[in-house]
Each structure stands twice: as structure tokens, then as C-alpha cells.
Design a protein. Structure first.
Length: 92
């Protein structure tokens, strides 16, 4: 009866909402508000790689490895990983 137009209107609004959202999300790599901020992600990764490179050049990483404990190294290598590539992680 009289409830049919209301139900059809609600269904139409939901369907239109899904269509609009789908068309907005079709290209997630653009410059719209709903797009993924790849420029910011790339900049963050680049800055982190630069910081790691600077630490390795300054000797901070080698100082850290000299002061690491055997318990830490055994935890990293562990007995359960014998025969795997984890044996490559060792201290000097």
C-alpha cells in the first residue's frame, strides 16, 4: 500500500549513495579528498631511509650492535630456526 513509495525512496537513496561512493573510489591514486596520499607515504619512506643511511654512516648502528646482549641475538636466531636463513643474523 502506502508504504511502498517510502521503501522505494529509501532503497533508491541507498543505491545512489553506493553508486556515488563507488565512482569516487574507482581511482584511489589521484588527488581527490578520498584518494590515498601516496606523495606523503613516499616522502615518509624516503625520509626514513635517509635517516637509516645517516645512522649507518655515523656509526650509531655499529655502536648498537656492539652493545647488544647475547640473549637478544639468541632470541633473534633462536634454536627453532636452525637450518634456515636466520643463521645469517650474527654479531661480530
Amino acid at each position: 500500500g502506502w508504504l511502498a513509495p517510502i521503501i522505494i525512496f529509501v532503497a533508491a537513496v541507498v543505491i545512489m549513495f553506493l553508486i556515488v561512493m563507488g565512482s569516487n573510489l574507482v581511482d584511489p591514486f589521484g588527488y581527490d579528498k578520498v584518494d590515498i596520499p601516496l606523495e606523503a607515504f613516499c616522502e615518509t619512506v624516503e625520509l626514513q631511509i635517509y635517516a637509516i643511511d645517516q645512522r649507518s654512516r655515523s656509526g650509531t648502528i655499529s655502536q648498537f650492535s656492539r652493545h647488544s646482549t647475547p640473549e637478544r641475538q639468541e632470541w633473534m636466531c633462536g634454536n627453532r630456526n636452525r637450518g634456515s636463513s636466520m643463521h645469517l643474523i650474527s654479531s661480530k
